[in-house]
Design a protein around this ligand. Structure first.
Ligand SMILES: C[S@@+](CC[C@H](N)C(=O)[O-])C[C@H]1O[C@@H](n2cnc3c(N)ncnc32)[C@H](O)[C@@H]1O
Length: 180
């Protein structure tokens, strides 16, 4: 069966991350991706710029008795200031917080800077996943910037794919980057 974008990303993460691995959620939002990564990984570093998102994620983790997450209220382009380990997965879910303030969104310059950091933190056989939304203001230019960044990665070092529903108008889609 062809999976929607979130289950597609979760399946990739399940295939890649094991209990000895570190991982990063670059946009924790309401915490669903952090929760999955916490169940798969040794430790997760989880970023968001919003208090509300950090609070929602903290509550979700507490409700699920999860204790292996460092929640960081900071922008993801500073991720390498917090993390010395190589990580097996870094997930980005772009756009705005579902149910939150739709004017607080990821933006192309910080997303691309964070992706540059992410590619250097990534372990061999590790994966970066990016769910991209183009329906909001700024979404299309962010998508273009992410694709430009991803498509210029050296093919001897990285595999890069785009997972896109062709028969839907402006669908959310995935870019996934695997380090060889
Ligand atoms: C689509 S939501 C993430 C959904 C989340 N992964 C989940 O499972 O619920 C996008 C999040 O990115 C956050 N965000 C925006 N700019 C950011 C930045 N520069 N660094 C980190 N997080 C950022 C927003 O505050 C928002 O919570």
């Amino acid at each position: 069966m062809i999976k929607d974008v979130n289950p597609f990303v979760h399946e990739l993460l399940k295939n890649v991350v094991s209990e000895m691995d570190y991982s990063i959620d670059a946009t924790c939002g309401n915490g669903k991706d952090t929760l999955l990564l916490a169940k798969l990984s040794k430790h997760v570093y989880s970023f968001d710029i919003q208090d509300l998102a950090v609070r929602h994620t903290k509550k979700l983790l507490e409700d699920n008795n999860i204790f292996n997450v460092t929640l960081i209220k900071d922008t993801h382009e500073r991720m390498s200031k917090y993390i010395n380990n190589k990580v097996k997965a870094i997930t980005f879910n772009l756009g705005y917080l579902p149910g939150g303030d739709k004017s607080i969104i990821t933006n192309e310059s910080s997303t691309v800077l964070a992706l540059e950091d992410a590619t250097s933190l990534l372990a061999k056989n590790g994966v970066i996943t990016i769910i991209i939304y183009v329906g909001h203001v700024g979404g299309l230019s962010e998508a273009k910037a992410v694709e430009e960044f991803a498509s210029t990665l050296n093919k001897n070092e990285f595999k890069v794919i785009k997972y896109y529903f062709l028969n839907t108008h402006l669908p959310p889609y995935v870019i996934a980057i695997e380090k060889k």
